[in-house]
Design a protein around this ligand. Structure first.
Ligand code: HEM
Length: 164
């Protein structure tokens, strides 16, 4: 409920900013882009950690059922809407700031597409765990758990330092 209310408030504020068009609109929308990124990344870092614990739990056990509910809610209430908000605001920033020709932006976009594909994989794994169809090991999820962290570090360096 609280996450949904937070999201609704964010959508209303961003809508009002577009309508009002203050002189610092770009910076306001960049702030909301970073807020959406934080929510998306929080979920993308936590969800594979849940997979690690879930893969070690007996299918059908109370623990496994709790992980199913946690994974489903994290995906639908936080991760999915945060990804959409990150993309919409990020593309608007790129259009308004005319970053299309910049090398750092191409590299960032490539990494963010990879992150979005990983997001899609995670959504599929949430469905598999939900149907007690997981076949992957705890070790597999421990390794996957590191991938969003590595992508996030590279993306933040690219967009802040803009090395090329
Ligand atoms: C989903 C597609 C995304 C697009 C199209 C996009 C695009 C952009 C653009 C054009 C800016 C403005 C850069 C500037 O004003 O100098 C920006 C800012 C930023 N983005 Fe993204 N972004 C996306 C996703 C992400 C992700 C996934 C992260 C982090 C993991 C991220 C982190 C940031 C940060 C920290 C800033 C602020 C940089 C600064 O002001 O120095 N973005 N983004």
């Amino acid at each position: 409920m609280r996450a949904g209310a937070g999201l609704a408030i964010t959508v209303v504020i961003v809508g009002l900013l577009f309508w009002w068009r203050p002189s610092g609109l770009y910076l306001w929308l960049k702030a909301f882009h970073v807020i959406a990124v934080i929510a998306w990344m929080a979920g993308m870092l936590y969800l594979p950690r849940l997979f690690v614990y879930h893969a070690g739990a007996e299918p059908g056990s109370a623990q496994s059922e709790t992980f199913k509910a946690m994974e489903r809610r994290l995906l639908t209430v936080i991760i999915n809407p945060a990804m959409v908000a990150t993309w919409v605001l990020g593309l608007w920033l790129a259009w308004d700031g005319a970053f299309w020709a910049s090398g750092w932006f191409h590299a960032k976009l490539g990494l963010v597409v990879a992150l979005s594909a990983l997001h899609g994989l995670f959504a599929g794994w949430v469905r598999q765990f939900g149907d007690d169809r997981n076949t992957r090991s705890v070790r597999f999820y421990r390794i996957v758990n590191e991938v969003p962290t590595v992508i996030m570090i590279a993306v933040v360096i690219l967009v802040v330092v803009k090395p090329f």
